[in-house]
Write a protein that binds this ligand. Sequence first.
Ligand SMILES: NC(=O)c1ccc[n+]([C@@H]2O[C@H](COP(=O)([O-])OP(=O)(O)OC[C@H]3O[C@@H](n4cnc5c(N)ncnc54)[C@H](OP(=O)(O)O)[C@@H]3O)[C@@H](O)[C@H]2O)c1
Length: 326
Amino acid sequence: MVTSQPVSGVTAALDWVMDKSLVLGYTKVGPAVRRAWWPDDPEPGALTGRHVLVTGATGGLGLATAGGVARLGAVVHLTGRDASRLDRARATLLAQQPGATVETHVSDVSDLAATADFARDLAARVPRLHAVVHNAGVMPPRRTTTPEGHELALATHVLGPHVLTFGLRESLAGGRVVLVTSGGAYAQRLEVDDPEFTQGTYSGTAAYARTKRMQLVLTRLWARELSGDDVSVSSMHPGWADTPGVTDSLPGFARVTGPLLRDAEQGADTAVWLTATGDAIGTGGFWHDRRRRAAHYAPVRVETPGEIERFWAFVCESTGVPAPTG
Ligand SMILES: NC(=O)c1ccc[n+]([C@@H]2O[C@H](COP(=O)([O-])OP(=O)(O)OC[C@H]3O[C@@H](n4cnc5c(N)ncnc54)[C@H](OP(=O)(O)O)[C@@H]3O)[C@@H](O)[C@H]2O)c1
């Protein structure tokens, strides 16, 4: 077991102030300061021979996460929607780490039927999966529905990952699930009345933040449902990192924050750490910069137990997973 730096009351308070200030915590200032007290790196070779699946790994944080776990010895499985982008990502990783084992899979996580098939095929080929990192993300500029009829951000961030996690359930026994969510979740409460965003004026940033809030709730629900399989489920947010997602979807934000943005490796750090650390991370936690964080800040209210169960029923009914019993 790797030992972690003790976090004193002073550093805990400083860390909290940085988090609340956003700019200090979310930019590259965050890891530069916090590494003085955050837990140790995973042991070299911590993932040797273990299989790790990273969704949305053709660029940005997904590619950086794949690079981070490969560096620790993992056999990495990358997914994305386009074979040539996947080939480029694999070539990038192999150029950085010639000895790495990298497999690619064309898989659109917003397509629930195809995701169920992908999970079945992967489970047949890789009976023991150490971890899945749900990283694939989108911020649709206008309301878009998938061919199966689901709003795209919901399908990509919530429904597809749910199908994938439960499709891989047996392979993941004793392993880990990491959801890459966003600090944007703090801005939204759990939307249970209209999860498909059919009412009001659609906005991509609102749909994104709503579904990122759903991911936080899903983390706790998956932790509950998968505890019997000894699966550790965590979510993390990366802060603000310089990726194609940020520069393409939020060009104004990227311009203003540009010099302060984290690089992709800094953004991916906590996802890699959660995948590989020997420290006791428990299950159901929300993390940022290797530290558990509150899931809510006022004035956004905490969801009620009734809302959480309604949300769970919605996710299970929309995906047919887990299959109803009886
Ligand atoms: N960058 C940040 O500052 C930041 C902040 C908060 C949260 N995040 C979260 O971090 C994650 C990665 O963000 P990023 O900034 O690296 O984004 P990005 O540069 O846009 O990369 C997104 C990745 O997701 C893949 N993807 C999108 N839709 C997919 C689908 N339906 N199925 C499979 N793969 C899909 C893309 O691959 P293809 O297009 O090749 O399919 C790409 O590899 C997202 O979940 C995002 O919400 C990022």
